[in-house]
Design a protein around this ligand. Structure first.
Ligand code: HEM
Length: 400
């Protein structure tokens, strides 16, 4: 028996996710009860089929009731979270998602390719000047932060600050990156305030062709979006879009450097890059889990779960489920099909999935075309987090 490390303990992930343990639990206790200190424990849902079942029943497994993270939030923060799409249930979720869907559709997102490529080229040119870089912050992070800045029409001088707030927002469990414990919700509050002020300012101006104008003009079942709603939305999009995408880019590089044969294959044949992005997402899913709360007594994989209990969809386990992915522990850029759950599934399927995939593909194309050699100059350091499966420092030399 593998030593049992607590699935919610951020320290469990510092040296990488406990894949051996998860594989064993999938076989023996696929709906696994995990105690927590000081608050009720949770059911970790570990197989691909069961995660899909939970995600596809958003009323029975509610995102709204207890939010989407394992740790119960205080009432004020739960209330704020409930204004985010991520933590709404139908029918409100359906009403809010409808006007947001068009700008994130594949066809609309495809039009951003040239702009994304131009941003990538600027980033690579700057990286070439440096040669030795800290890849996470100097190469990966600027892409999503600039893309989000442009999508929302945020003033350029604010982008770095917005990015820094988003990063602090998702790094509260890492003492290296977080502020004081009392400050845990400070960054999201500051971001929300920024959004509220932006909304008020932009209402006085002519509408532009950006997400801010679109949201402020949208009709949410007969109601316009309030400035406060807009602020909360901005927090969600900035947080959801920045850290996850940056993680995909950084983890992808580490994984390819670990598999030089597959990296060489990609260099020789760029048509394999979209498949490689999917495999990077499967193998190093940027988010470990999202939580739901049962609204009635249910039975999942023969396990009775009472109403009001926490249920966590453990993507890190579902993505390695042998029943769905043959040779699941093997990284294989040619894997097909690849129905990973890194963007979730069902009602809350990631709104930014097309955008993230496009950013991943163009970034990798430009990185490989710009640099003939990419090598590690130190050991990658992982973020201490039970939610973000991320690398916080990645020293790399880019040349050629
Ligand atoms: C590699 C990058 C990304 C990953 C791995 C990722 C992952 C996820 C996951 C797992 C969910 C589902 C949540 C659930 O079921 O509760 C989600 C939802 C969401 N994501 Fe992403 N995301 C990424 C990029 C983005 C980007 C670039 C944006 C926008 C700019 C974005 C915006 C959203 C939004 C708004 C939702 C909520 C959708 C809803 O509740 O209906 N994401 N994302």
């Amino acid at each position: 028996m593998t030593t049992l490390s607590a699935l919610h303990d951020p320290d469990t992930y510092v040296d990488g996710p406990p894949h051996e343990l998860l594989a064993e639990l999938r076989r023996t206790q696929p709906v696994y009860w995990q105690e927590m200190d000081g608050e009720p424990g949770f059911w970790a849902v570990l197989t691909h089929a069961d995660v899909t079942t939970v995600a596809r029943q958003p009323v029975r497994y509610s995102a709204w009731a207890g939010g989407v993270v394992l740790e119960n939030l205080d009432p004020e923060n739960l209330e704020m979270l409930r204004n985010m799409l991520l933590a709404m249930d139908p029918p409100r979720h359906t009403v809010y998602r409808r006007p947001l869907a068009p700008p994130f559709k594949a066809r609309t997102i495809t039009r951003l390719e040239d702009r994304i490529r131009a941003i990538c080229r600027e980033i690579m040119a700057e990286a070439r000047e440096r040669g030795d870089v800290e890849f996470v912050h100097q190469v990966a992070a600027p892409l999503p932060s600039q893309v989000i800045g442009e999508l929302f029409g945020l003033p350029r001088e604010d982008w770095d600050h917005i990015h820094e707030l988003a990063e602090r927002n998702t790094s509260a469990q890492d003492p290296d990156m977080a502020g004081s414990p009392e400050d845990a919700y400070g960054p999201s509050m500051e971001l929300a305030m920024y959004g509220i002020e932006l909304a008020a300012r932009r209402r006085q101006e002519e509408p532009r062709e950006d997400l801010t104008s679109l949201l402020l003009d949208a009709d949410f079942d007969g109601q316009p979006m309030s400035d406060v709603d807009f602020g909360v939305f901005l927090v969600q999009l900035v947080t959801a879009g920045n850290d996850t995408t940056k993680t995909m880019l950084a983890s992808g590089l580490v994984r390819l450097l670990d598999h030089p044969d597959q990296l060489a294959t990609l260099r020789a044949d760029h048509s394999l890059i979209p498949g490689a992005i999917e495999e990077i997402l499967r193998y190093d899913n940027p988010l470990h889990y999202f939580r739901r709360t049962t609204t009635e007594d249910v039975v999942l994989h023969d396990v009775p779960i009472a109403a009001g209990e926490k249920v966590a969809m453990w993507y890190t386990s579902a993505n390695r489920d042998e029943l769905v992915f043959p040779g699941a522990q093997r990284f294989d850029i040619r894997r097909s099909p690849n129905p990973h759950l890194s963007f979730g599934i069902g009602e809350h399927f990631c709104l930014g999935a097309h955008l993230a995939r496009l950013e991943g593909r163009v970034f990798l194309e430009e990185l490989l075309d710009t640099f003939a050699t990419v090598e590690l100059t130190g050991t990658p350091q992982r973020t201490r987090s039970n939610l973000n499966n991320a690398i916080k420092r990645l020293p790399v030399r880019l040349a050629g």
